[in-house]
Design a protein around this ligand. Sequence first.
Ligand code: NAD
Length: 297
Amino acid sequence: MIQHITVIGSGTMGNGIAHTFAQYGFHVSLVDLHEKALSNALTTIEKNLDRQIQKSILIAEEKTAILSRIKTFTRLEEAVVHTHFVIEAATEQTPIKLDLFQTLDQLCPPETILASNTSSISITKLAAVTNRPDKVIGMHFMNPVPVMKLVEVIRGYASSDEVTDTVMALARQLEKIPVAVQDYPGFIANRILMPMINEAIYSLYEGVAGIHEIDTVMKLGMSHPMGPLQLADFIGLDVCLAILKVLQEGFGNPKYAPCPLLVNMVAAKQLGIKTEIGFYDYRKDPKDLIVAPRFTT
Ligand code: NAD
């Protein structure tokens, strides 16, 4: 029975995943390379728990218990000794993840399931560097994790039925709705979402319309809760670029080529909310959607 889980990477997704598992009674080891990333994650989790209390999703007494179930580590070998389930949510770069899966395979008990929260990297490739490819699987949460119901469960070429069933059940334990998909570039969510975001950026780049206009068309016209440019800021422009490259390379189809404007913004480290500036400027009030100075004329 899964009781102890390890989350690797305490950034945007890792803190949400740790929060959610701890909320549902699991003991969580949260690992990052940097102490600062871990302390930021704990601050974010605390803030988000307070928000859940304000919205009566949780009662105040639960907060201390949830926080007490999360332990932080900078050394992977200390975090995973007794773990039943690992979910990797480190930076979206293939070499980082390949290295992590190889190391995890050596460090974790043989029955431990190794899952990745990757948005687009091949689960089959990650499984192939381990000696337990049947126990490697994708568990793709949506952002913000404590709020979003969907979990895409990605079956690698060798993922077993038993492991797939375990991960589907685990998602349901977190009151999420799991959907099983096969392992092809971008899976379902990002194969459809990223071309839409890229097309929105191309529309801006080609001067078809401004940032507010593009987002307003998609919000009001398609009933999307957020426009594609705002959503790109929310996801992180570096993450969007990395996923588009995986789609472009994986399918060998130029239709996925990232817009040069996206490439430039990532090079300039204007990555969206995480750097406080992307298509919008979040340096004042993050709720005020002010177009970033670069785009105002
Ligand atoms: P992020 O950049 O916010 O955080 C990544 C964290 O991983 C950083 O704190 C970094 O220090 C840490 N890290 C890097 N290498 C590490 C290692 N070897 N060991 C331990 N920690 C390490 O990234 P994110 O947005 O949280 O994305 C994490 C994963 O989740 C990626 O695979 C991404 O594709 C996926 N994802 C992201 C979103 C999103 O909306 N941002 C949504 C779904 C899935």
